[in-house]
Write a protein that binds this ligand. Structure first.
Ligand SMILES: Nc1ncnc2c1ncn2[C@@H]1O[C@H](COP(=O)(O)OP(=O)(O)OP(=O)(O)O)[C@@H](O)[C@H]1O
Ligand SMILES: [Mg+2]
Length: 317
């Protein structure tokens, strides 16, 4: 029976326990509209890959349900595998085959016609800057090159939904940029992309919408701007004061400025404040401080701050 699908991916209380006590995924509810680049951001062991494994029908859930394009992951694994592409976290690639042969293998698995996959493979290899090395055995490739081949293997059959599990982890900045640009192209083509990362910059740059997960649970969700906005807006300015004065004595002077959002002490010599347009108006702030300052830094809210405010820990710990 055909029914209209509102969300291309939907999960209800999805859980995966390993043994009795390890709650790898602990009741995740997702509703993802078609064409979204949706990110699962979380630290090591948060449950990102386990979630991906369930959605891609590799692992059965302990409880709960999920639908991919209307198909139940428990009942329609075969159908789901036809419409998705998966780039797993662990490289899944044959070292004694060339890049081209590895990609052809996936194309054949999806029963593509040779005339179609040959042309598409050439195009994809070109986009990833691998044309010159396409006929070398993958065992001779660097890690970054192998990762790029793995990314191509996820998309050769032009799937509607693509899962990228930490596609840029351990890549150098140049390879990372190539992978990001590649992923963005699929976003522009209205494909649905599920990305996992513990790189907050990546999540911030690429996502239309993201969830932060920790210990198998969603602890925050929204667009990157919404999430950062929950912490207050503006620039964050931090500095130390260099004198007999106590930071608490300086605070009332700064509070007198009308563009300051909040100001607080981090310790008896360190002050942090949030101010709209703070960077541009920094001299006005400094003029109110009757002593010398040092270790001045200015930054914007990041997703790292969101994670820190939710968990008391840093993402990178
Ligand atoms: N097959 C398994 N058997 C037992 N425990 C597992 C298995 N797979 C994952 N786990 C455990 O489940 C938890 C979640 O692991 P998962 O791989 O989903 O985390 P992750 O968010 O992908 O982490 P990372 O960023 O390190 O890839 C971890 O505690 C992990 O040790
Ligand atoms: Mg993982």
């Amino acid at each position: 029976m055909w029914k209209k699908i509102k969300y291309i991916i939907e999960t209800h209380q999805l859980r995966k326990y390993f043994g009795k006590n390890l709650k790898a995924v602990d009741g995740i509810n997702l509703r993802i509209p078609k064409g979204t680049l949706f990110t699962l951001l979380g630290p090591n062991g948060a449950g990102k890959s386990t979630t991906i494994s369930m959605l891609t029908t590799i692992l059965p859930p302990t409880s709960g349900t999920a639908y991919i394009s209307g198909f139940d992951i428990r009942k329609h694994a075969k159908k789901i595998r036809q419409i998705i592409g998966v780039c797993p976290q662990e490289l899944s690639i044959y070292g004694n085959l060339t890049a081209r042969e590895n990609i052809y293998l996936i194309a054949k698995m999806h029963k593509m016609k040779k005339i179609d996959y040959k042309e598409r493979t050439d195009e994809l290899l070109g986009k990833m800057g691998l044309t010159d090395r396409a006929d070398d055995k993958v065992s001779k490739y660097s890690f970054g090159m192998r990762r790029r081949v793995n990314v191509l293997m996820a998309v050769v059959h032009d799937p509607e939904i693509i899962f990228f599990d930490e596609p840029s982890t351990s890549l150098d900045p140049q390879s990372r940029r190539v992978v990001w640009d590649f992923i963005k192209e699929f976003q522009d083509k209205n494909k649905t992309i599920i990305l996992t990362t513990h790189n907050m910059e990546e999540a911030d740059i690429l996502s239309n919408y993201l969830v932060i997960i920790d210990h198998g649970r969603i602890i925050a969700n929204g667009t990157a701007d919404e999430l950062k906005g929950t912490l207050g807006r503006g620039d964050i300015i931090t500095f130390k004061i260099n004198s007999y004065m106590h930071s608490g004595d300086v605070i009332p002077r700064i509070q007198g400025l009308d563009f300051i959002d909040s100001v607080y002490t981090l310790d008896d010599k360190t002050i942090e404040l949030r101010a709209k347009d703070g960077l541009r108006r920094i001299s006005e702030i400094m003029e109110t401080i009757p002593t010398r300052i040092y270790d001045l830094s200015v930054r914007r809210n990041s997703l790292e701050d969101v994670f820190l405010s939710q968990t008391g820990r840093r993402l990178r710990d």
